[in-house]
Design a protein around this ligand. Structure first.
Ligand SMILES: Cc1cc2nc3c(=O)[nH]c(=O)nc-3n(C[C@H](O)[C@H](O)[C@H](O)COP(=O)(O)OP(=O)(O)OC[C@H]3O[C@@H](n4cnc5c(N)ncnc54)[C@H](O)[C@@H]3O)c2cc1C
Length: 461
């Protein structure tokens, strides 16, 4: 077991959320003394590598990069990345706000490189516990973060604040999980697994693959399989009646503006819910219109010919999934409109079934007895800080799991520049407060308290 320093902040996960935070802290002059590190389970920086398909595009403008909406003069803008890579004039000629995901991945990796010495790659955080709490009523000042690296070594680090940015976890419906993993892949592993699943092009019967889902990833995988694998017949199976376009019209898009977070957060729980539900078709189970048109055309052209290899099975519920003796997967498919059911066998399934957003609950489980209802209830401040009992001093910031309280942009890139700013301000306030208190050797003076409450801490110091 390795022991390490005591930190002011540990970031769990080093995806875009904590990367944006690392950038913001680096650009905050007052934060130079903040001891920080990030722990990332991948061996190097990677943004959804399993779905980095060649020609897939970003679904938001490049101007919503890690920094521009906060500080367009930052050296970490997408434009500066293009400039340093020598592609700025050519990019301008593209006349597009939507780079490919491959290029955005390269941008994010370029930013991440600047923080290499702060990141422990290839380490998975396993759990978090309070530091030496004698009993549940005594004050807790710090957290111990447990992790394991790829060589199996275990690490412990102590911190006074935590930023959880671990993204979502692949959602695998129980009916498929029960079949075991052989030839059943989630889109999060698509590129790393599909060649193995499809195998060598052969002269024998073609492989039958079912893609399950009706969202962007389902559509991207469907097109990719039909284009890159001539030996595969693909069925896109979905409960809904049609592939529906994502609403990215300008008034609707305002819900992804940073200011909209204030609007959502200010509402009562049930109103937040209905706001989020009302705009679900901006992000969930919807597909870029261009991609829908490509799929439609591909299926149309197939009808012009004689060979019907690829299908879109809309209004189709999967009633049972069974592993047959030869390793294939038999699905019972029922048409939801006419009730007709049939059994079909597939060599493999690609599950485009989305992501769960509750992984942080497992990660923070060791703290649950000390947090009261906060964790279970999702009680999070506007500054993304988990509300904790008065005797629980460590600050826990949650990124990407606050959709219920902060709105649909929480799981996306849209608010990263501003969210990292809000978390940094909150963190700096608290750190300065602690330093001041420690220096005074006693409780916070009234003047400082008022300054903190009035949001004027910087000028009070
Ligand atoms: C295929 C795909 C395309 C997308 N395209 C867009 C888009 O165009 N626009 C947009 O706005 N959003 C898009 N999204 C949404 C996506 O959530 C965000 O782009 C972004 O990835 C969120 O960043 P994050 O850091 O919160 O989470 P993630 O990017 O998921 O990063 C979390 C990181 O935490 C690490 N981690 C997890 N658990 C642990 C642990 N226990 N210990 C250590 N490390 C851990 C993971 O390895 C990962 O690197 C897309 C999502 C997918 C799946």
């Amino acid at each position: 077991m390795q022991r390490d320093n005591v930190f002011d902040l540990i970031g769990v996960g080093f995806g875009p959320s904590n990367l944006a935070l690392a950038v913001r802290l680096a650009e905050e002059p007052g934060a130079s003394g903040i001891g920080q590190c990030f722990i990332e389970r991948q061996p190097e920086f990677g943004w959804h590598r399993g779905m980095l398909l060649d020609d897939c595009r970003m679904q938001i403008s490049f101007l919503k990069d890690l920094v521009t909406l906060r500080d367009p003069k930052s050296r970490f803008t997408f434009i500066n990345y293009l400039f340093e890579r020598g592609r700025l004039p050519d990019f301008v000629n593209l006349k597009s706000f939507y780079p490919t995901r491959l290029e955005f991945h390269d941008y994010l990796s370029w930013v991440a490189q600047a923080f290499d010495e702060k990141v422990h790659y290839g380490e998975t955080v396993l759990g978090i516990e309070p530091v030496a709490a004698a009993d549940r009523s005594s004050q807790i000042n710090a957290l111990r973060v447990f992790s394991r690296d790829e060589a199996g070594r275990e690490w412990q680090r102590v911190t006074r604040a935590l930023s959880v940015g671990i993204g979502g976890s692949a959602r695998i419906p129980e009916a498929f999980a029960a079949l075991g993993p052989h030839n059943i892949i989630h889109t999060s592993n698509y590129l790393t697994s599909i060649d193995r699943v499809v195998g060598q092009p052969q002269s024998g019967p073609r492989k039958r693959i079912a893609v399950i889902g009706a969202g962007q990833s389902a559509a991207e995988v469907f097109i990719d399989l039909t284009r890159r694998y001539p030996g595969v017949d693909v069925s896109l199976v979905m409960r809904s009646g049609a592939l529906k376009p994502a609403d990215d019209s300008p008034f609707v898009n305002e819900i992804f503006s940073p200011a909209y977070t204030d609007i959502v957060y200010a509402q009562a729980k049930d109103v937040r819910r209905s706001l989020i539900d009302g705009f679900r078709d901006t992000n969930y189970a919807v597909v870029d219109r261009v991609l829908i048109e490509q799929i439609y055309e591909m299926l149309y052209l197939q009808n012009v010919g004689v060979e019907q290899r690829h299908r879109l099975l809309a209004n189709t519920a999967i009633e049972t999934a069974v592993r047959s003796s030869n390793g294939q997967i038999e699905l019972t498919l029922r048409n939801r409109l006419d009730g007709h059911a049939c059994a079909e066998r597939f060599d493999a399934l690609v599950l485009a079934t989305g992501y769960g957003r509750a992984t942080h609950l497992g990660l923070l489980d060791g703290l649950a007895p000390y947090l009261g209802d906060a964790l279970a209830q999702g009680n999070v401040g506007r500054d993304y800080r988990l509300s904790t009992p008065a005797n629980f001093k460590p600050r826990i910031y949650l990124q990407g799991c606050c959709e219920d309280s902060h709105g649909l942009s929480d799981t996306l890139l849209s608010v990263l520049a501003l969210r990292s700013d809000e978390i940094t301000s909150s963190l700096m306030q608290e750190v300065k407060q602690e330093i001041k208190q420690e220096a005074a050797g006693g409780p916070m003076p009234d003047q400082l308290k008022r300054a903190v409450e009035g949001g004027r801490l910087a000028s009070a110091l």
